[in-house]
Write a protein that binds this ligand. Structure first.
Ligand SMILES: NC(=O)c1ccc[n+]([C@@H]2O[C@H](COP(=O)([O-])OP(=O)(O)OC[C@H]3O[C@@H](n4cnc5c(N)ncnc54)[C@H](O)[C@@H]3O)[C@@H](O)[C@H]2O)c1
Length: 254
């Protein structure tokens, strides 16, 4: 049955930045679809993850800093040694800095690129090696509509540049990793109600502009992004690679 293609039974999935926000909803959706999910995050294991595990879902937490190759390599080896395969990597960890371009420090610029872009590269390289051994795997990168259009009115050049980088990195990875049976796709959401956008949502000038520029006149809930990640992680998207799927309430159509 076609619906069976959406299930992730017996898959091992790693979700970076899965402690909260969109990453948490993606981890939850994958666990509900039958995967064994390992959330890798720099913040302490969240109550939401603990609650899911206590309700019987196969979900675990590991400290993972996407800025640290050594830490990533230790984590990927441990997961592979424990379970014998790594099937799905969702690169979701991300940060934003809203400093005007002319006032942006080197440290701010480098930190955003380091987490959002270099982190995707580092984790994909590390986990991808195990997928390549098995000649199968699936990588989902978190881009943003900010990698396609410049959002306004908030200044966020470093964020926009990092997400544009994620988009071409996704296509480059899709091209290089197809011979190893690894599919690589990206998700490009519009505004989503998470801790990342909380400050912006509470700024009337910003939030009014955001809603006015979105045909659907609202922001998304993080659980509205998770089904797309599930689709991209599953056999339901078996012929998709190198795609960047926009999910933005229509923001980028105007
Ligand atoms: N919220 C939005 O409107 C929106 C829109 C488009 C894209 N995105 C992207 O979606 C992703 C998730 O965003 P969110 O809104 O859920 O954010 P969030 O702030 O709610 O969650 C981000 C998570 O990433 C983790 N993280 C941060 N730095 C890390 C690091 N160095 N290593 C490992 N984990 C780290 C945090 O601890 C947190 O759990 C980000 O990549 C973001 O850029 C968000």
């Amino acid at each position: 049955m076609v619906i069976d293609k959406f299930y992730l039974k017996d898959r091992v999935a790693v979700v970076t930045g899965g402690n909260q926000g969109i990453g948490f909803e993606i981890a939850k959706a994958m666990a509900e679809a039958g995967a064994l999910v390992i959330v890798g995050d720099i913040s302490e294991e969240s109550l939401e993850i603990k609650t899911l595990r206590n309700s019987g879902r196969k979900i675990d937490y590991v400290f993972l800093d996407v800025r640290d190759s050594k830490n990533i390599d230790q984590v990927s080896k441990k997961i592979f040694d424990t379970y014998g395969h790594i099937d799905i990597l969702a690169n979701i960890a991300g940060i934003v800095v809203n400093t005007p371009l002319l006032e942006t420090t080197d440290e701010e610029w480098e930190e955003v690129i380091n987490v959002n872009l270099n982190g995707v590269f580092r984790c994909s390289r590390s986990f991808g090696k195990y997928m390549a051994k098995d000649k199968k795997g699936c990588i989902i990168n978190m881009a943003s509509m900010s990698g396609i259009v410049v959002n306004t009115p908030q200044p966020q050049a470093s964020y926009n540049a990092s997400k544009a980088g994620v988009i071409l990195l996704t296509k480059s990875m899709a091209s290089e990793l197809a011979p190893f049976g690894i599919r690589v796709n990206a998700i490009a959401p519009g505004y989503v109600a998470t801790p990342l956008t909380k400050k912006g949502m509470s700024n009337k000038e910003w939030s009014e502009r955001w809603l006015n520029m979105t045909p659907m006149k609202r922001v998304a809930e993080p659980e509205e992004i998770a089904p797309l990640a599930l689709f991209l992680a599953s056999d339901a998207s078996s012929f998709m690679t190198g795609s960047v799927v926009i999910i933005d309430g229509g923001y980028t159509i105007w």
